[in-house]
Design a protein around this ligand. Structure first.
Ligand code: B12
Length: 265
């Protein structure tokens, strides 16, 4: 069986449906500016790398709707662990087939405090997912996908294997509704003319530190209020007015409030 197919099958068997392949060479031709510096490119980090495999797992919308809450915090931790496990397993399976591979952890920082002054990881999964054709950048600086909007977390595997790579999507998925800009409780999303630099990372990180003390981090609001994503259809959450106050759906609103009252400070 062709290797690309085999990798997709292995991932599907482990519950990962969103899989993309990006050619390591495509980092050398920046599709937009600013673009990660050369030291952040896969070939610089893992010499011999030919393909970056990106895996994505969805963030369950009804859980995210309670954020900031212990429910979202637990989901976040759970997804992070699953992503790292899946990517590690895939890298080992590829090694056994003779393709030297290594996974990159879904985040790559020791603590949120580290990010206040140095808000970067050594490799960006969003840029990899973009090059693999899984989605496009939104105003909230997240990668939006057709399936889940920004409600998907990524992890990557560097491999020397040559795989049938994707291409970036032609059209942006962000509808520039500005809901993320308006909903951010610390006004961290601002520069709408320059989405790639539009996040005040320090503000966002400081809020996260505060929420962590209360056992309800991360914040998640900018991905909750994004209207993009087919997950909204499944959960019947197409009416974005739901997030403006209790008027639209009191029952749902009360449920979110209930969850927020427990398990966190
Ligand atoms: C550091 C980090 C943070 C920091 C900084 C935020 C940020 N936007 O980078 C904090 C803690 C604030 C954060 C918060 C969140 N994060 Co975060 N975070 C990361 C992390 C670990 C590294 C990002 C990184 O360093 N990328 C590398 C650099 C090169 O990319 P960059 O920062 O985007 O830099 C570009 C631009 O900013 C620009 N640039 C940089 N500096 C400058 C300066 C100037 C002057 C200019 C013009 C441009 C410019 O150039 C760069 C290249 O384009 C990644 C995991 C990973 N390893 O990829 C997750 C990640 C990006 N986060 C993620 C998520 C989901 C979140 C949150 C929603 C979590 C939550 N609260 O629920 C929030 C959303 C905040 C937001 N709207 O941005 C997901 C994104 C998934 C997706 N669908 O896109 C990731 C990929 C984690 C994962 N494994 O899935 N995050």
């Amino acid at each position: 069986m062709e290797l690309g197919r085999k990798v997709r099958d292995m991932c599907r068997d482990r519950g990962v449906d969103m899989v993309g392949f990006a050619s390591a060479n495509t980092w050398d031709e920046p599709p937009f500016d600013p673009w990660p510096l050369q030291a952040f490119h896969p070939k610089a980090i893992f010499p011999g790398c030919r393909t970056v495999i990106v895996l994505g797992l969805p963030v369950t919308l009804p859980i995210l709707e309670t954020a900031p809450s212990i429910w979202y915090q637990e989901l976040y931790k759970n997804l992070n662990q699953q992503l790292d496990e899946r990517a590690y397993q895939l890298s080992i399976a590829l090694n056994k087939l003779g393709h030297a591979s290594a996974y990159v952890p879904r985040d790559g920082y020791g603590s949120i405090e580290v990010l206040v002054k140095n808000p970067y990881a050594f490799f960006s999964h969003r840029h990899a997912a973009y090059l693999a054709g899984l989605g496009t950048f939104g105003l909230n600086n997240m990668l939006l996908t057709k399936e889940y909007g920004p409600r998907v977390r990524f992890v990557s595997v560097f491999t020397t294997a040559e795989l049938p790579t994707g291409r970036p999507m032609d059209r942006t998925l962000c509808v520039r509704c500005l809901r993320c800009v308006k909903a951010c409780p610390v006004q961290a999303i601002g520069n709408i003319d320059y989405p790639e630099a539009s996040i005040d990372k320090e503000r966002c990180s400081l809020r996260s530190i505060e929420l962590k003390r209360k056992f309800r981090s991360p914040c998640g609001i900018c991905i909750k209020v994004c209207p993009v994503g087919e997950d909204r259809k499944l959960y019947e959450r197409k009416d974005m007015g739901l997030y403006d106050g209790p008027e639209k759906d009191k029952e749902l609103y009360d449920a979110w409030e209930h969850v927020r009252k427990y398990g966190s400070l």
